[in-house]
Design a binder for this molecule. Structure first.
Ligand SMILES: [Zn+2]
Length: 263
C-alpha cells in the first residue's frame, strides 16, 4: 500500500464561498507562491505527487504548470473554473471536463488521466461524462461525514469502478474508517500532524492512503472578515514544515502519483 499526496492548484475562491467581499478573491498568486515552496520540499524528499489544476489557472500560469510537470509530478484536472459541478448543467460540466483536459494536455504535452471535482461535488451522470471525456480515474467521491458539508455514509473507502464493466476508476480521498472523519488539509492544519498520522495507520494495512491539500495553504493566508478562522489558521511555512515532518515520519512507506494507482 502507498501514500498519495495530492494538491489542488486553484484560484482562491473561499471568500466567495462564504459570500463575503474580499480583495483576495480569485487570487492566483497565493496558489502559485505556495506551489513553488511545496515543490522544493517534495523534491528534497524525493516524492512525486499529483496536482489537480484548474484550466483557468493553467491558462493564466502556464509556466507554473510546466514547472510542476518538469519536477516529475502528475498534472490532473480540477475542472475549468473552481465551481461546484452541482451548480452546472450537464453540457457545462462536459465543457469543463474537456476544456480543462485539453488546456492541461497542451501545456504539459502529455495525456491527462485524472479528475477531481471542485469542492468534491459530483452529480448523477458525472461518471459517464468523465468516461466520455477520456479520463481514466476520478478522485471526487469523498467518503466523509462532515455536518454541513458531506454526508457520504455508504461510499466505498477503497478504489472502485463506479460504472460496471467500464475502466473508469474512483480513488476516494482517505478518512478515518468508521467515523469517516477527514484526515487532510484543515483537519491536519488545525488539529496537528497526529490526525494524519493516525489516519495513515488506520488505513495503510488495508488500503492506499490519499491525502489532499491546496497549494495556497503553504502561503500565510490573510484573515478575511466573515471567513471562519480555521480556514487560514496555521497556513504558510508552519504548515510546510508540518508536511515535511509528516513525510519524514513515513519514509518507510512508498509515496506515489495517482496515475500509477489507476494503471
Ligand atoms: Zn479545489
Amino acid at each position: 500500500m502507498k501514500i498519495y499526496l495530492t494538491f489542488d492548484v486553484e484560484e482562491w475562491m473561499l471568500p466567495e464561498d462564504y459570500h463575503v467581499e474580499s480583495k483576495h478573491n480569485d487570487n492566483l498568486e497565493f496558489a502559485e507562491k505556495g506551489c513553488q515552496k511545496l515543490l522544493e520540499i517534495l523534491d528534497r524528499n524525493e516524492i512525486r505527487s499529483t496536482f489537480f489544476v484548474t484550466g483557468y489557472l493553467a491558462e493564466q500560469k502556464p509556466r507554473l504548470v510546466r514547472e510542476i510537470h518538469y519536477y516529475g509530478h502528475e498534472i490532473a484536472s480540477h475542472g475549468y473554473k473552481h465551481v461546484s459541478l452541482s451548480s452546472l448543467e450537464n453540457g457545462e460540466i462536459q465543457k469543463s471536463l474537456t476544456n480543462s483536459k485539453r488546456i492541461l494536455s497542451k501545456i504539459t504535452r502529455s495525456p491527462i488521466h485524472g479528475f477531481r471535482a471542485p469542492n468534491f461535488s459530483f452529480c448523477s451522470e458525472f461518471f459517464q461524462l468523465l468516461l466520455d471525456s477520456g479520463y481514466t480515474y476520478d478522485s471526487s467521491v469523498h467518503p466523509a461525514i462532515v455536518p454541513g458539508y458531506y454526508y457520504n455514509f455508504k461510499e466505498p473507502l477503497e478504489h472502485y469502478r463506479p460504472l460496471k464493466d467500464k475502466p473508469l476508476l474512483e480513488i476516494p480521498p482517505s478518512v478515518f474508517p468508521g467515523i469517516r472523519m477527514p484526515i487532510s488539509w484543515i483537519w491536519m492544519r488545525n488539529l496537528g500532524n497526529w490526525i494524519a498520522r493516525y489516519g495513515v495507520r488506520a488505513n495503510i494495512k488495508k488500503r492506499d492512503v490519499i491525502l489532499y491539500f491546496h497549494t495556497w495553504e503553504f502561503v500565510e493566508m490573510p484573515k478575511v472578515k466573515g471567513v471562519p478562522f480555521y480556514i487560514s489558521r496555521n497556513t504558510g511555512s508552519s504548515f510546510l514544515q508540518r508536511l515535511d515532518k509528516f513525510i519524514k515520519e513515513f519514509k518507510d512507506i512508498e509515496f506515489g502519483k495517482l496515475e500509477e494507482a489507476a494503471k
